[in-house]
Design a protein around this ligand. Structure first.
Ligand SMILES: N[C@@H](CCC(=O)N[C@@H](CS)C(=O)NCC(=O)O)C(=O)O
Length: 224
């Protein structure tokens, strides 16, 4: 089984941490986003979205990090995606929440326009408005995450770790690029510290943390 990925990719790290933590027999092949390898054949034959990650399980091609996490957990019969209908429904709900609600405003509104030149808006005014909107909406989502989704629980779907935590920590950690600080959201901060203490975290997140360190000192709009 092969995972096409890039260590600087948020959605790749979600899968890569799960693979590493669970020691799954998944070979990882880097697709060089910086040279545009993902934009060309042969990769686009696998993933016409021109994005990573992509899983190839003996010719079965699967895109979407959320779907890949669930597929791997199911394939290897892992407790991180329990079979109980309601537990599973809760995990699906939370992963959809992160993927649509939070990630849209936090990733594509607040973080990426500030760090990736390809996300720069056409005018300074439009750029600024995107980031301001992203920040404001993000703060609302973080309040929901802190107070209602995590609350007093250890993980995002209760007190057992699930594929939703692997998905969510990849998204949340991306805020380090612009210096986001979650002290105002103590349940989020506590949960993030728990996930960052996973044995494979430092290795899987090494490249993105290096990138974050290289941006230190620049002025960014962030959640604080
Ligand atoms: N919904 C997709 C999103 C994948 C995605 O956004 N991948 C980014 C890296 S994090 C990518 O490949 N970007 C390449 C580009 O935008 O050129 C998933 O969850 O897998």
């Amino acid at each position: 089984m092969k995972l096409y990925m890039h260590p600087a990719s948020t959605t790749s790290r979600a899968v890569a941490l799960f693979v590493a933590d669970k020691n799954l027999p998944v070979e990882q092949q880097v697709v060089d986003l910086f040279t545009g390898e993902h934009m060309r054949e042969p990769y686009t034959n696998l993933n016409p979205n021109k994005m990573v990650p992509t899983l190839d399980d003996d010719g079965f091609i699967l895109t979407e990090s959320s779907a890949i996490l669930k597929y791997l957990a199911e394939k290897f019969d892992l407790p991180e995606y329990p079979k109980d209908l309601r537990k599973r429904a809760r995990i699906n709900e939370v992963m959809d929440w992160f993927n649509s609600n939070l990630y849209r405003d936090y990733g594509y509104g607040l973080i990426y326009p500030q760090v990736f030149p390809t996300h720069k808006r056409q005018t300074d005014e439009a750029h600024r408005a995107t980031i301001d909107w992203g920040k404001e909406k993000t703060q609302g989502w973080l309040r929901v995450l802190n107070d209602h989704i995590i609350g007093t629980h250890t993980y995002v779907c209760g007190d057992a770790i699930s594929v939703a935590d692997y998905f969510a920590i990849a998204i949340m950690q991306a805020g380090e690029l612009v210096g986001c600080d979650f002290a105002a959201y103590p349940n989020i901060a506590r949960w993030m510290a728990t996930m960052k203490a996973r044995p494979s975290f430092d290795k899987v997140y090494e490249v993105i943390r290096g990138f974050a360190a290289s941006l230190k000192g620049q002025e960014f709009v962030a959640v604080a």
